[in-house]
Design a binder for this molecule. Structure first.
Ligand SMILES: [Zn+2]
Length: 185
């Protein structure tokens, strides 16, 4: 098996080429979107690549369907309003701990984000939570709240940050792992 590169509709794309004793060139799109081609050792590279290009519509459509399917895997644990009120009341619940550390009660905001679950703007005293947390179980959401509150006194994600986080959320690793399984489109 070898990984080859081809320009498909102007985009450099990888495909997996397997040489085996087959009559025709066979093409399929794997679950991860990878193009898989098998051909016998007499079939030239140009023939194979022309074959892939001829099937580029099929490839794009297959990848599109996979993306749709991947998005559907997300289970909704909250309605959007349900999530907001859960986060608000959890912030209030944990606040006394942070109040003792000199943290003022923050402005809580919600936004749909693609790359982060939460955000802490220390100077402006704003915590922003991703509305896509509705796809996360309660405990994951609690972890994100602890995480963002901790940033009020520890920036970055060094050892000191996780040591502090562990005091209030000892299972943070497990929750972070669960969050990684959610696809943010
Ligand atoms: Zn962080």
């Amino acid at each position: 098996m070898s990984i080859e590169k081809i320009y498909l509709n102007g985009v450099e794309t990888e495909y997996e080429l397997v040489r085996k004793n087959v009559k025709n060139v066979n093409l399929r799109v794997k679950g991860n979107g990878m193009i898989y081609v098998s051909a016998n050792r007499f079939t030239g590279k140009k023939f194979i690549e022309d074959f892939i290009r001829k099937n580029s519509d099929f490839i794009l459509k297959a990848r599109e369907r996979q993306k749709e399917r991947a998005n559907k895997v997300n289970t909704e644990h909250f309605s959007e309003d349900g999530l907001k009120s859960f986060i608000l009341s959890f912030c209030k619940e944990v606040y006394p701990y942070y109040e003792k550390r000199g943290v003022a009660f923050p402005v809580i905001k919600f936004r749909r984000m693609k790359t982060m679950w939460g955000n802490c703007r220390k100077e402006r005293r704003i915590l922003t939570f991703n509305l896509n947390l509705k796809y996360a179980p309660e405990r994951c959401v609690e972890y994100v709240v602890y995480h963002e509150f901790t940033h009020f006194f520890i920036p970055g994600h060094g050892k000191d940050f996780y040591d502090e986080l562990s005091k209030v959320c000892p299972d943070w690793k497990e929750q972070r792992k669960k969050l990684k399984e959610i696809t943010l489109g």
